[in-house]
Design a protein around this ligand. Sequence first.
Ligand SMILES: NC(=O)c1ccc[n+]([C@@H]2O[C@H](COP(=O)([O-])OP(=O)(O)OC[C@H]3O[C@@H](n4cnc5c(N)ncnc54)[C@H](O)[C@@H]3O)[C@@H](O)[C@H]2O)c1
Length: 266
Amino acid sequence: MIELEVPLGDRSYPVLVGAGARHRLLEVLPIGVRRAAVVTQASIPVDVDPGVEHQVFTMGEGEEHKDLGTIEDLCRQWAAWGLTRGDCVVAVGGGVVTDTAGFAAAVYHRGIPVVHVSTTLLGQVDAAIGGKTGVNLPEGKNLVGAYWQPSAVLCDTEVLSTLPPEEWRCGLGELAKYHWLGGGQLYELELDERVAACVRIKADVVSSDERESGRRAILNYGHTLAHAIETASDHALRHGEAVAIGLIYAAEVAHRLGRIDAGAVA
Ligand SMILES: NC(=O)c1ccc[n+]([C@@H]2O[C@H](COP(=O)([O-])OP(=O)(O)OC[C@H]3O[C@@H](n4cnc5c(N)ncnc54)[C@H](O)[C@@H]3O)[C@@H](O)[C@H]2O)c1
């Protein structure tokens, strides 16, 4: 197991990367938690055992369910169940689940802890790390949200074996961006090391500029066109696919501006 940290002073948190990381959940739950609200999606074949009283809350799949309606549904169900400020949320899923459940945790009772159990490659190398949470509006992606750092992130590479090929490809799209951010030849590393290398870079960037007043914007490499494509295609293209196209576009633009050579574009 590779144990990393996102260093943010008293809000620092561990990121565990490797096969079976989900079994370390109880160990990383905040101390004193009595109940855990597990948020996931019906098709995610990943069971977790928080080791405390828990209930599973399923949300819909796809960007259209990453919305304020789902936030209201989750918060109302948690209230009906009696989830308190001393309890926590466990998000089990890809970026759609961790962004949505993370934001619901940020606003429920004005903020309760959340642990992310990331189950997609894209989530493990990016979405689950760094505390950006939020949902979409009809007017655009991620327009409502909050910075809300998780208490811990578990990147269990074992659960990636059930990812559909197109979701794997999406993860590779987001992963490719880290090549440009100092990751080097990531494809030469075995999976756990590859995920960990990306987490290390993201943790470093986030800790130096948590709220994107400057440097953190480098994590958006390729995303300007990607977000436009996602919105214009009504999400027919997935986020990671759009990012892959955005990376190529940004490289072509940089080449035409004389900033990088043809070899770098290739
Ligand atoms: N917060 C951030 O910093 C950040 C960064 C990058 C992307 N994002 C967001 O992440 C979202 C995309 O995340 P994603 O690519 O993980 O997509 P996703 O969360 O929609 O997951 C893709 C699909 O895979 C399924 N799935 C998840 N885990 C599985 C598993 N182990 N086996 C089988 N199926 C599984 C899901 O149910 C879903 O249908 C976007 O909304 C994007 O805006 C956020």
